[in-house]
Design a binder for this molecule. Structure first.
Ligand code: SDX
Length: 386
């Protein structure tokens, strides 16, 4: 079949047949393996959700216990990876640190056996277990501290917050963080998942797959938006400044971070849940001066851009929750990555089951039959200011 038309960004072009998650952008519906995100956020846990996404069904009690125990057992990272991370410049972005250390796992677990279910399961457990440890460790080391070792008495979400502060987290805060991980775990054919699939399709190792996806998630148009939202709210500074700030963005065609989506043309259902989590946190830990600004931003953007289907997405309120949990803003996207490892691994497994290497085509718009000009006869090119 010869599809010749070039579609920028492959918009609305299916890249896979998948049963992992489903989004209805008009109705604002998100389902993981057919279960509505609101149900999973309210009744489930992140590791239960990760199991559902990766193995296709909710685990039994004993399956979940074994999965959780496996992950607790594999949380530590090799001292050579820690030593490597100690060489990272403090000024580097934590997403670059995470991409580097995720790829480094491939050096230590080099045996590849993609047709071996035990190898697949081990890789899933190692990546889910070690990515949070690496995010927390690089954060400690950039502050000149030794990494805080995982606390095997704490569950997944609580352990991460512990490795960030060395304090056992408040149960409500740990629960809210766990829900944030569930909300960010998977989202059909987003850019970083597509990266993961393309990398997976060459049959490389799962650590390279996750490293590839981390690099893609880091961009401000994708996972990097949550950090930019907080920067925007700080720049706006007051409720009174919201309207002129947003009007200025629109006039200058600057994208407003945390808004718009390739699929959702209504408010992202995850943004609704994150907003209520933020309100729960503010009730307990006190008001947040940026929340009033955020509410005004959402109101003005909806007024000005709602007719174009531009509404708050998952990144708009997540930063306010993380900030209240004491997470530095440049770690917001690494938190997104910790959660999305579940979705990337689910698509990695799904791709391997029906693999065909991704190799799209192009519409060639260049020249043909051009002469080779000897170097002494080449005039300074006026093209592109070279
Ligand atoms: C995530 O794909 C996923 O599922 C991603 C994600 C996931 O879970 O994996 O949901 C996570 O990445 C959420 C998105 C986070 N990014 C941001 O918040 C950055 C700001 N958003 C935009 O960059 C944009 O909305 C995108 C990238 C998210 C989607 O862009 P599209 O679908 O390519 O839309 P577009 O850029 O072609 O814009 C269409 C129109 C344009 O106006 P016109 O030129 O037609 O007049 O809408 C405008 C755009 O200018 N527009 C915006 C806007 N987003 C789109 N205008 C102002 N602010 C915005 N945020």
């Amino acid at each position: 079949m010869n599809v010749c038309e070039y579609i920028p960004g492959l918009e609305n072009i299916p890249a896979a047949r998948s049963s992992i998650s489903y989004v209805d952008g008009q109705e604002g519906i998100l389902e993981y393996r057919g279960i509505r995100i609101e149900e999973l956020a309210e009744k489930g846990s992140f590791l239960e959700t990760a199991y559902l996404l990766i193995w296709g069904e909710l685990p039994t009690k004993s399956e979940l216990e074994i999965f959780e125990m496996d992950i607790r057992y594999h949380r530590r990272i090799k001292y050579r990876i820690r030593d490597m991370m100690k060489c990272f410049p403090e000024t580097g972005h934590p997403m670059d640190a995470l991409q580097t250390s995720a790829a480094a796992l491939g050096l230590f677990y080099a045996r590849r056996a993609l047709d071996n279910p035990d190898y697949i399961r081990k890789a899933v457990v190692r990546l889910l277990a070690k990515i949070p440890t690496m995010v927390a460790a690089s954060h400690q080391m950039r502050r000149g501290n030794d990494p805080i070792q995982p606390n095997d008495n704490l569950d997944y979400a609580a352990n991460f917050l512990y490795m960030m502060t060395e304090r056992k987290p408040d149960p409500l805060e740990a629960r809210i963080f766990d829900v944030c991980l569930t909300l960010h775990a998977e989202h059909t054919m987003n850019a970083s998942t597509f990266s993961a699939m393309v990398t997976a399709s060459t049959l490389t190792d799962p650590y390279a797959v996750v490293a590839s996806a981390v690099g893609t998630l880091a961009g401000p148009l994708h996972g990097g938006a949550n950090e930019e939202v907080l920067r925007m709210l700080e720049e706006i500074g007051s409720v009174e400044n919201v309207r002129p700030y947003i009007e200025n963005c629109i006039v200058n065609k600057h994208k407003i971070m945390g808004f718009g989506h390739r699929v959702y043309k209504v408010k992202d259902p995850r943004a609704n849940i994150l907003q209520s989590l933020a309100e729960q946190l503010f009730e307990k830990t006190g008001h947040d001066e940026y929340y009033a600004i955020a509410l005004e931003v959402e109101k003005v953007v909806e007024e000005k851009l709602g007719h174009k289907g531009i509404y708050a997405n998952v990144d708009f309120y997540s930063g306010l929750v993380y900030r209240k949990l004491g997470i530095p803003s440049d770690l917001f996207t690494p938190l997104f990555a910790i959660a999305r490892v579940a979705g990337w691994l689910a698509h990695w497994k799904e791709q391997l089951a029906v693999n065909r290497i991704f190799r799209p085509t192009q519409v060639y718009i260049g020249e043909h039959n051009m002469p080779y000009i000897p170097i002494e006869k080449r005039a300074m090119s006026q093209r592109n200011g070279h």
